[in-house]
Design a binder for this molecule. Sequence first.
Ligand code: PLP
Length: 229
Amino acid sequence: MTDATLAQRLTDVQDGIADAAAEAGRAAGEITTVVVTKFQPVELLRELVELGVRDLGENRHQEAREKASELTGLGIRWHFVGQLQGKKAKQVREYASVIHSVDRPALVHALASNESSVDCFVQVNLTGDQERGGASPSQLPGLVDDVLATPGLRLLGLMAVAPLDEEPRRAFAHVRALSERIRSQAPDAVAMSMGMSGDYRAAILEGATHLRIGTAITGNRPQPRLISN
Ligand SMILES: *Cc1c(COP(=O)(O)O)cnc(C)c1O
């Protein structure tokens, strides 16, 4: 049994995505929606899978690893969207299909592998607040070169979170401009991971290829301390 409300919210967001894509003259099918399930119980993730969702996003390694092991065999693609410590990097590679938060050379080096390849985004920080994660625009060219030179990483493009104090569409236009700029170095890195519950329409209008949507689909997040293991 799936929760009718969850199904309804999923449908509403899918309709919103289709509308925005139509407005942008884009095919909705070229946009990947990652449902961000951080802090949500595994049961809700199972319901999402029953509703046809295959791309799930998590932002903490421990929680992601536990969920991935509990939900193994369901064809889920795990997207790691949170800040990542170098010492956890190798472990995240074991379950993640895509890492959205590559933001510094030390992490790039920690993610290197000669055995397998993982898709990744370089995260750009549009706020100037280093605590928020992401490389500054001026650090991007160097970081992109680092990723390109590192075995086991396939660069999809750029990821960003719109700053709270900026109009989202402007922020996403900035990401688009940065994305166009890095293509001289990385012609295949054309993807853009941007757009969350409150601003995914603006992101689609600026060319987002990967949306990371949590609460608009899942409903409110429980407090992390209320989640057992
Ligand atoms: C939590 C989170 C999201 C989803 O946020 P909502 O506002 O719930 O849609 C997207 N991206 C990142 C990096 C997140 O941590």
